[in-house]
Design a protein around this ligand. Sequence first.
Ligand SMILES: C=C(O[C@@H]1C=C(C(=O)O)C=C[C@H]1O)C(=O)O
Length: 370
Amino acid sequence: MEMPSFLELLEQQYKSQLPFVAYRKPNQKQVKALLQQDDSLHLAVDFTESGFVFAPFDNADQTVLIPNETSKNIESDFEDVVFKHAEDKVFEVDETEKDRHIRLVEKGIEAIRTNKFEKVVLSRKESVAIKSDSVFKLFADLLASYPTAFVYCWYHPKVGLWLGATPETLLSVENKRLSTMALAGTQQYTGSLEVAWGVKEKEEQAFVTTFISDSLEPYVTHLKQGNVKTVKAGKLLHLQTSITALLKSSLKPVIDALHPTPAVCGLPKLAAKNFIINNENYQRTFYTGFLGELNLKVDKSRNRNPRNIENNVYRALTNATNLYVNLRCMEVVGSMANVFVGGGITKDSHAESEWNETVAKAMTMKKVLQ
Ligand SMILES: C=C(O[C@@H]1C=C(C(=O)O)C=C[C@H]1O)C(=O)O
């Protein structure tokens, strides 16, 4: 399907107030969408379901599912339209918000120094006016601006409308092959990937790697960790370690063990999570939750020519799950967008730098909103 017709179908679905998700996986051209045919709220309960999941930060809350079988599947190759952005606009600093975030970070550092936990990820929400006349233009702009991210637009009339371009995989499983990543540590990209990292960034990223490997251990075999490398996400750089393994259990216990990882919550998990819930002055809802394909059947046969009968007999249907952490995202409410941003706090954090980091992260979404 051509991109304009694809976007038109999404627009019709949205106008009819019916749930849908449109998404493109990192470094791919193909944009897919699931269009639900009624407005019921389906839930993923044990992760044996098939469809697209949208899970909140707090795993005590419900995970929404757009079921695969009963939804209409459409896809299109994204044509790279060039979007003209004004030179990065300088947004005015909201001094009240800055003070509030700095006080929150200082409280976090204090809690770490008095041994309440080792790391906590603290975040805030910022409301920004939407200049664009269509959310689908925003979506297309995100697709064009962030080719290496998982880019999505998700809607349910009973939940809301979210868009994002996340650099972080929570978990990918194809048949039994599992891959994930430990992503943390942030600095601005200034033209090179050859950069030095401070002790604070190296330590906070190492916390995430250790946690992920330890959490996976009971459920996998052949666990392997790659080297730590620098990766680019929009105008930011992060430290990343790839982790692979063979899954020997079902999905649910693995997801429960991983989510929320110390990349978005902290360590130990429960103490950090309680601190976040009691001290951030807003509800994260789906920010730092996860989203993506759950148990979708993908055709992995090498020869896709339908006339090649021999190959089709051996068509390899793979069961694939590809989940991403909901970062660099926004919730659209009327003509405003709530942009969500946070950063990892350790004993070596400086509150002012942490504020600046959230300002830089907010630009990922603000760039398409300006
Ligand atoms: C919490 C966010 O990002 C996470 C925190 C990072 C950090 O603290 O350096 C880096 C990448 C993400 O794992 C966010 O983008 O809001």
